[in-house]
Design a protein around this ligand. Structure first.
Ligand SMILES: Cc1cc2nc3c(=O)[nH]c(=O)nc-3n(C[C@H](O)[C@H](O)[C@H](O)COP(=O)(O)OP(=O)(O)OC[C@H]3O[C@@H](n4cnc5c(N)ncnc54)[C@H](O)[C@@H]3O)c2cc1C
Ligand code: SF4
Length: 477
């Protein structure tokens, strides 16, 4: 147990965000880690309470958002090791459940902290930042590769379709268990939304590439620029491999079919964010003026929308505006949303803060629906909006027109590409990741719909263990 009185002695201190004025000049990561000593002090705040709500993800009160870690990370145990300076033990404990902690230690919204007992009266332990410290320290000391090496190899071959966090997590676990793993990815880089989706300032792409390099070093094969169902048929894959995991994400974006939708300058958020990352990968790590003089409207008030705002600010947009159809959340927990439920409260995202700082917005309009894209010569020049009531019905007399040179659609995703499941003859996916095709399993966003990196990691790991059990049972038949 860490210092039993730590939470009374020490204030919570997060990894500080770089000042807005500085960070909008580049695409480097937003947060700067604390020193080792400060981190140990933060770990001391974990009191290893009798019932650690932090380490089990539960949908309390029927809420849609989970509280506690969906991946069952052994949080109080690794906090204790950090406090004691036993960093290798902390890493080994973390690696037992999480094969990609450098990703979650940067981008996870930390539902664990929302369930932390200290958060009942205070603000919770800095679990997310502690996790990042442990894995960054492990990479610095070259401890990571050893945890991915199998004790012995089997003859089984597994194909994984998609290299997002679900595919990577499954690949890591299957390889650890001794199986031969090949990951197929249609894009030119591995990582899924970790690579092309989440912007560089939240997760540096070097961090993703570093993990792929370790995965290759422990024996996992990556085949890029290869779309399963197009470049290799489902039949061929099933003939060559003993099992297939479809971890292809929920890539079908929600569209907005209003007049003018086909205008040039109306773009899906992930396509825009992918282009931004490609520029960073090509070596452009400083902000540019690519959107100078342009008015950018982001439709969708979630995290993807926020990533679009931050990216457009870095490209020098004249204004950034965000539209959200639902009402603004309250600033504090309501009585219907008590601890340890996930707090449904308003937050100011980093992109919103940056838009406000530049004075170019964001004007975030809540309860606002888009009714038309205004075009000139097939190019977007503006949009028409209207306020909606609690039933999303238009309120007459609230119509507005906004200028727009670029509109980014960030309204979420509807799910996995059905044609991919069909080509594998998969019509039903079961809770244990198996399907009505005994050779095929499905994990991550492809199974649960658009979600979080840590859910994808959990599902990849669990699907891998399911396959391991199936294949070992075949050996002993
Ligand atoms: C802009 C954005 C920001 C986000 N930010 C966060 C965040 O901060 N924190 C967080 O926890 N979550 C975040 N998320 C959600 C998170 O990224 C996803 O939940 C997670 O990546 C899902 O992982 P996955 O492996 O299931 O799928 P994905 O990451 O979508 O990966 C699927 C991969 O499969 C590949 N693929 C698809 N079809 C084929 C095929 N036929 N053949 C070969 N390859 C194929 C795709 O190219 C892709 O690389 C964000 C999502 C978006 C869109
Ligand atoms: S993965 Fe997310 S929820 Fe789990 S311990 Fe890390 S920050 Fe918390």
């Amino acid at each position: 147990m860490a210092d039993p009185f730590g939470f009374l002695k020490y204030e919570r201190k997060d990894n500080p965000f770089r000042p807005v004025a500085e960070r909008i000049k580049d695409w480097e990561e937003l947060q700067i880690p604390l020193s080792t000593e400060e981190r140990q002090t933060q770990a001391a705040r974990c009191m290893n309470c009798g019932i650690p709500f932090c380490q089990t993800g539960i949908f309390y009160g029927g809420k849609r958002a989970v509280s506690g870690c969906p991946n069952d990370n052994l949080i109080p145990e690794w906090n204790d090791f950090v406090y004691r300076g036993e960093f290798k033990k902390a890493f080994e404990r973390l690696a037992k459940t999480n094969p990609l902690p450098e990703m979650t230690g940067r981008v996870c919204p930390a539902p664990c902290e929302k369930g932390c007992t200290e958060g009942l009266n205070g603000s919770g332990v800095t679990i997310h930042d502690n996790e990042r410290f442990i894995i960054d320290h492990a990479f610095e000391n070259d401890w990571v590769k050893a945890t991915g090496l199998p004790a012995e190899r089997t003859d089984f071959k597994i194909a994984i379709v998609g290299s997002g966090p679900a595919g990577l997590s499954a690949a890591w676990r299957l390889n650890q268990l001794g199986h031969h793993v090949t990951v197929f990815e249609k894009s030119d880089q591995a990582g899924g939304l970790l690579m092309y989706g989440i912007p560089n300032m939240k997760l540096d792409k070097q961090v993703v590439m570093r993990r792929i390099a370790v995965m290759e070093a422990v024996g996992i094969k990556f085949v890029l620029n290869t779309e399963i169902g197009v470049d290799i048929t489902a039949d061929a894959l099933q003939k060559e491999f003993d099992r297939v995991i479809i971890a292809a994400g929920a890539s079908v974006p929600r569209d907005l079919n209003v007049p003018g939708r086909d205008a040039r300058g109306v773009v899906f958020a992930v396509d825009y964010l992918t282009d931004c990352t490609k520029e960073v990968l090509a070596g452009e790590r400083h902000s540019n003026q690519k959107l100078a003089g342009q008015h950018v409207i982001v439709i969708g008030g979630g995290d993807t929308g926020n990533d679009c705002l931050g990216s457009a600010v870095r490209q020098g947009a004249a204004s950034v505006t965000q539209l959200e159809i639902t009402p603004q959340l309250p600033s504090e927990r309501t009585t219907e949303n008590p601890w340890p439920e996930y707090p449904m409260v308003a937050k100011i995202g980093y992109g919103q803060a940056e838009g406000m700082f530049t004075g170019n917005g964001p004007l975030t309009y809540y309860t606002t629906s888009t009714t038309e894209f205004i075009t000139e010569d097939d190019r977007i020049v503006g949009i028409k909006t209207v306020q909606v009531d609690g039933k999303f019905q238009a309120i007459p007399g609230t119509e507005k027109t906004l200028k727009a040179d670029l509109v980014l659609l960030a309204m979420g995703f509807t799910g996995v590409q059905q044609s991919l499941l069909e080509t594998f003859d998969v019509h039903e996916i079961f809770a244990d990741y198996t399907t009505d095709n005994e050779k095929v399993l499905v994990a991550g966003d492809a199974k649960r719909g658009p979600s979080l990196v840590i859910w994808a990691i959990r599902e990849g790991r669990k699907a891998a263990e399911q396959i391991d059990q199936q294949l070992r049972a075949l050996v002993y038949q």
